[in-house]
Design a protein around this ligand. Sequence first.
Ligand code: FES
Length: 136
Amino acid sequence: MPTNSKTADPWAYTDIVKDHFLNPRNFIMGDETKWQADGEGIVGNPVCGDQMLVKIRVKDNKIDDIGWKTYGCASAIASTSALSELAKGRTLDDADHITAKEICDFLGGLPEHKFHCSVLGHQALHKAIQNYKSKL
Ligand code: FES
């Protein structure tokens, strides 16, 4: 997992992380039960107790739309925002193989001690894909 080695401060966030935290893409505003999904997954982070919900709409075996919501921290929000941008338009199998490294690279790095936050989104996405496939 690449860390934010671009600054001397190991706690520093990149400008890309800050942008995705302050302007999260594909975040579900309001009542998430009204966001109609073909599959959904929810996971908890055993390190901090935070939770992540990811919902997907599927068309032609690809992620047509993705929405998410979390009680997680800034890193979890930025990471899942990035994940949602990376996943949209990919086949289910391709999206299911997005790695924490790919998310971290997309964000220009994350503080090493925030790694556990970055995996929440794709764990929830994996569950959402499994949930969708279980209905076929
Ligand atoms: S501290 Fe819980 S997700 Fe980051």
